[in-house]
Design a protein around this ligand. Sequence first.
Ligand code: 5GP
Ligand code: ZN
Length: 135
Amino acid sequence: MSDCIFCKIVAGELSSHKVYEDDETLAFLDIHPVQPGHTLVVPKRHAKNIFEISPENWASVAETVRRVAIALERGTGAHGVNIMMNNREYAGQVVEHAHVHLIPRFKGDGLTLWPHGTYKEGEAEEMKRKIAAQF
Ligand code: 5GP
Ligand code: ZN
């Protein structure tokens, strides 16, 4: 993908702070970190999102995420790590090359996660049925 910024980073046409790379994946620092050390893991082969990536490439990305999480926690002295992926525009995806965010977390860092709700009567059962029916 010639106009994809993450493909350009993979190709070395755009600079980045690389923290890890293997044949299938690359990990580099997010240019606008939620916290210092915020890292992105991408497949080297272009895929838009979780819906388009091949099972093989996703397996490689998942393993790199696991390894980077360990390095990130040890390297930054973090007390935990959030792992997250935005898929499609309405889920907050801006860069259309699949990527997983790893964000180091520290005791008392003040970052808040999503608010939690509650299910109405019968709603959890209905949701479970709709999702499970897709397999
Ligand atoms: P998204 O919202 O698509 O899940 O996240 C895209 C992320 O890519 C953002 O956190 C943004 O800061 C990061 N980003 C965008 N452009 C660049 C870039 O040129 N270099 C790097 N290292 N990160 C980028
Ligand atoms: Zn790309």
